[in-house]
Write a protein that binds this ligand. Sequence first.
Ligand code: CP
Length: 314
Amino acid sequence: MTRHMLGLHGVTAESLGMIMERAWRIRQNRQQYREKLKGKLIAALFFEPSTRTKLSFELAAHWLGAEFIHFPLETSSRVKGESLLDTILTVTAMGVDALIIRHSNSGVLEWLKEKVDVPLINAGDGAHEHPTQALLDLHTMYHYFDSLKDIEVVMVGDIQHSRVVRSSIWALKTLGARITLVGPPSLLPREFEQFGISISWRLDEVLPKADIVYLLRIQQERQQKGLLPSLADYTRQFGLTAGRLSLLKPGVLVMHPGPVNVGVEITAEALQLLRSWPRERAQVCIEHQVASGVVVRAALLDYLLGEESHEITA
Ligand code: CP
C-alpha cells in the first residue's frame, strides 16, 4: 500500500498525535535517527518558489541519511512543453522513493496519486492545502500549550487564497481548538462557517480573546485586481500594528508561516516591540516555526518511508 501526505482534511487525532510524538523524539535525540532512511532517494519538484519548505525537506532528508534531489524545472524538458504527468512519470521511472511536490493547481496531488506508485507529499497545492506547514505549526503550538483543546486561534488575512488556513483548520478542529477567521470580506469566504468556525471582519473585536494570533501572508501573486483597496488600507484594518498590541491577551503567541511582508501583515515597530517583551506578555514564534519545519518534516519522512512507517489514517 502506498503512503501519501496529501492534506489534513479528515486526518485523525491519532495520526496527528503519532507524527507529533515522532517529531518530539527526533528533536530530543536526532542522532538516533541519522541512518533511518539510508538508501532512500527523495525527489522534490517545486513548480512554485519556496525557501522554507524546500530547504527544510532537504535538511530533514539529510538528517535521516536519505539522498535528496531537487529537480531543476527551469532547465528541464518542461520548457519544451513536457506535460506535468510526463515529468512526474519520468522522474518516478528513474526509481525514487518519494516525491515532494509544490504546484499552483489545487488538488493536483489527488489526481497524481492514481497515476504513480510512490508516496507523494504535498508541499502546497494552489489554495487547497499545505499540510506540512500546519504540522510544523502544531509542533510549535505544543511547545507552549500542553493541549490545544479550547485554545482560541485567530487567523488573520487572506483566507481566500490560503492553503495554510485550510490545512490548519482541519488539524486544529480535530484537536479541539476554537478558530476565528478575520479579514476583509473580499478575502474571507463564508463557507467556513458551516464547519463551526467563527468569521469576523473586525480584527480589534477578536484580538483580545486570542491565545494564538496567526497572521497570514498577503499573497500578492494570487490577488486578482480589486480585492483590496490598497496594502496600506489592509494594514490599517487588519495589520498587527504597535497600536493594537494593547489589545493582546498576556502570553499570546504570534505566528506567521512566512515569508512575512513586514509593514503589511505586521509593522516593523510592532515586531520589534513584541520581540523585546518577556514570554509572559507575548511570544513571536516565527523562527520557532521555521526550526520546527525541519523536525516535523523529518518525522513525516520517517513516518511514511521508515521501518516503523504508517498509513496516514483518515
Ligand atoms: N511557509 C512557506 O511555505 O514558505 P516557503 O514558500 O518559503 O516554502
